[in-house]
Design a protein around this ligand. Structure first.
Ligand code: ZN
Length: 176
């Protein structure tokens, strides 16, 4: 992603990862897609961001293989929405960790300005990014909800990569 100097070839994996996941707008775009909010206008309204900024981040995340475009019917007109790939879905623990760390260490500007990571299966809030601190189960996009108190009264189940992408992964990846 050409948002700053290119770190994609750095010898340190953290630097290579931050080349993609170190950009605040890109992370917030991923947040929206995990919330199931993958359409351009809806993302733009939620993020209150300029078209050019959003367009650049979406293109960067598609190029990096974390998002893909999927056509949908908008009242007879075909438009594109953005959905997670398996690679994008795998970024979930990173996003969870940012939320959990911020809730632990950063003051909230208002009583409602909180976001919690919930293990949907047991219904408990977790303070670990990749497994449920209440029951120990590994967290995946399928079994995780986020509860942003300023956004919705109830936790929202997260979006997952669509089936074809998951199938492609299970054929090439480790045995499912
Ligand atoms: Zn649990």
């Amino acid at each position: 992603m050409a948002l700053r100097s290119d770190w994609s070839q750095r010898s340190c994996a953290m630097a290579r990862g931050l080349d993609i996941l170190g950009d605040p707008w890109s992370m917030l775009v991923l947040r929206e897609v995990f919330f199931g909010n993958g359409r351009f206008d809806a993302m733009k309204n939620r993020l209150m961001v300029a078209d050019s900024v959003l367009t650049k981040r979406l293109a960067g995340l598609v190029d990096a293989g974390l998002l893909e475009r999927k056509p949908y019917d908008d009242g007879g007109r075909t438009r594109q929405e953005y959905v997670l790939t398996e690679k994008g879905e795998d970024a979930l623990p990173v996003l969870n960790a940012v939320v959990i760390w911020a809730e632990k260490h950063l003051p909230a500007p208002s009583e409602q300005a909180h976001m919690f990571v919930i293990h949907t299966t047991c219904g408990q809030r977790t303070t670990s990014a990749d497994s449920c601190t209440a029951c120990g189960e590994r967290l995946t996009a399928e079994n995780t909800s986020w509860h942003s108190l300023t956004r919705t009264p109830e936790p929202v189940r997260l979006a997952t990569a669509p089936a074809p992408s998951r199938d492609a992964f299970s054929q090439n990846g480790p045995a499912a």
